[in-house]
Design a protein around this ligand. Sequence first.
Ligand code: PNS
Length: 166
Amino acid sequence: MRRAVCPGSFDPIHNGHLEVIARAAGLFDEVIVAVSTNYSKTYRFTLAERLEMVRSTFSAISGVLIEPMGEGLLSDYCHDRGASAIVKGLRSSSDFDYELPMATMNRQLSGVETVFLPGESRYLHLSSTLIKEVHQLGGDVSDFVPRAVLRNLNSGAASPERAPGH
Ligand code: PNS
């Protein structure tokens, strides 16, 4: 059983994430989408909301599990779940520069490899931050996010002022 982990905040998940995770599911027997909580970050959506949006997005795709990652090391999380790889999408050389030290560190900490998938060209401009800004200022983000995310963004249920992780 070849298992991979796709980690991220997913605040919220967007079509660029979706596409990379779907491709990872084609490469591995099982993919765990690990939704992280970093207490130095302020999230727009609660962990429960982020998990629910990811779950709705992947409900029809087999071999994809969704769970919270907790607050610990990603390398420990991968080791505990018997995952041999972390899969990350790359949009640019600056993504690579940011990811390379973490990939090396994670391999040294627990032997887990990081597999980089080049992002699909039509999604290279997407980031959760940019999507939230465009939506907040009245722009149409329906081409960039799954339906469950659009529903949540439009409902205005979540607040950017909310405390991290809540
Ligand atoms: O979507 P994000 O916020 O960029 O995801 C970042 C994530 C979850 C990949 C990163 O925060 C992470 O690896 N967190 C776990 C903490 C950890 O292992 N730190 C050491 C990295 S070498």
